[in-house]
Design a protein around this ligand. Sequence first.
Ligand SMILES: Nc1ncnc2c1ncn2[C@@H]1O[C@H](COP(=O)(O)OP(=O)(O)O)[C@@H](O)[C@H]1O
Ligand SMILES: [Mg+2]
Length: 452
Amino acid sequence: MTALTVTLALVATAALLLRWQRPAWYWMSFGVVFAMVRILARYASVMDACGLTVPPSRWRLTLARMTGRPIPDSRAPRILRLRPTRTGLVLRVKLRPGQDAFDFSAASDRLRHSFVMQNVTAREVRSGVVELRMTGYDVLKRVQMPAAAARAGVMRVPVAMREDGEVYYRDYRQTPHALNVGATQSGKSVYQRNLVAALAPLDVALVGIDCKQGVELAPLARRFTALGYNPDAAADLLDALVEHMEDVYQLIRREQRLSADLPDAEITADIWDLPDHLRPTPIVLLVDEVAELALFATKEEEKRRDRIITSLVRLAQLGRAAGIYLEICGQRFGSELGKGITMLRAQLTGRTAHRVNDETSANMAFGDIAPDAVLATVQIRTDRPGTAVASDSSGGWVRIRTPHLTLRRAVNIANSHAHRTPEIPALDAFRPVLPPLGKAAAPSAVTAPAIV
Ligand SMILES: Nc1ncnc2c1ncn2[C@@H]1O[C@H](COP(=O)(O)OP(=O)(O)O)[C@@H](O)[C@H]1O
Ligand SMILES: [Mg+2]
């Protein structure tokens, strides 16, 4: 008897310790079982309390009256499936007549408290079926990406964790260009670093413009095909990219061969339809602190600025089919940066907003697509850097947080994939000057923690 008590006490202590220190492990060992039992046991009463039941149908009332039985209870939506996941549970329910998916989204906060879950989101799977995604613990507190996320596909990379426990992917073929705004210290550069680390193993050329004299991107230079550290270099680099884009279009034109016997599906209009041996390497252009490119003090600088913005607009308008994708980071990105900026912004489909200090900055990312995301953006806590609101493929928005990838780890990843760095002849003049490799002699790797 005492042995049993001691064992039980030990298990309970272990569970409490895990819950406190390692919520992810707790969830996978104890939490998931408790949560499933709790949900199944309380389901009917919670649905009733949250106003998600419907009164009995007429024929059941009539039947009860005819047979002299008591009047039947209200009915809760039928459970189709309850599936555990790495971070929570997925509950699929079949709606009763008269219910809609909005009822469930509106009740998600009440459901969260009633089922004692961290977060509940509802989405319609198909007509009449709603899926409730629940997370068992705060997945954004200490972000751990699942190992399986790394195998993501062509030009689709995992960058962050979503609030509902799913992985947030940046899919360049679906959303070619993206804008990333946020106040200083909000986690933009860490987001960009995560992107570089995720893109490093792929067959892609990375081109960077970092007007902070390269403090963010220079340490990762081994994986970069071209880098520009100031507005002058950026202007020339962008011109070269536009030229490269035109060459790629010439190549696609040559390969189109619109003859009558060519099947429709084989006619190319972008690089992905070209045969493998002819396909130019796709390019991701990362711009950190874009405002630096748009500011000017003298007439000369104004000319340079116009050149830069024109090139960026051209790349954003025409780059996708040539496999050139833009990823633009900045603290603000509004019309006060001068002409051409809103035109460029209109081309940047993907939006991510880290914490901002005022509503106008949030409006620059979401004002024109999702007004309710603006509110979510200004509410991001200061003690959670790296948290952001991002537009998702379904046209809505989600809260995400990047894993904290230190500069040292990012440097190691970039260096280990350095052999993949492709050479693009048009960008040869901008190839970064590399520090010598080796433990003692790699200044970028050694000084990395100081920069973080
Ligand atoms: N996902 C994250 N998790 C934990 N800390 C983070 C995360 N992202 C950023 N930080 C912290 O916030 C600080 C600022 O991030 P940074 O990306 O340099 O901001 P920004 O480029 O927006 O000024 C970093 O030094 C880092 O310590
Ligand atoms: Mg930064």
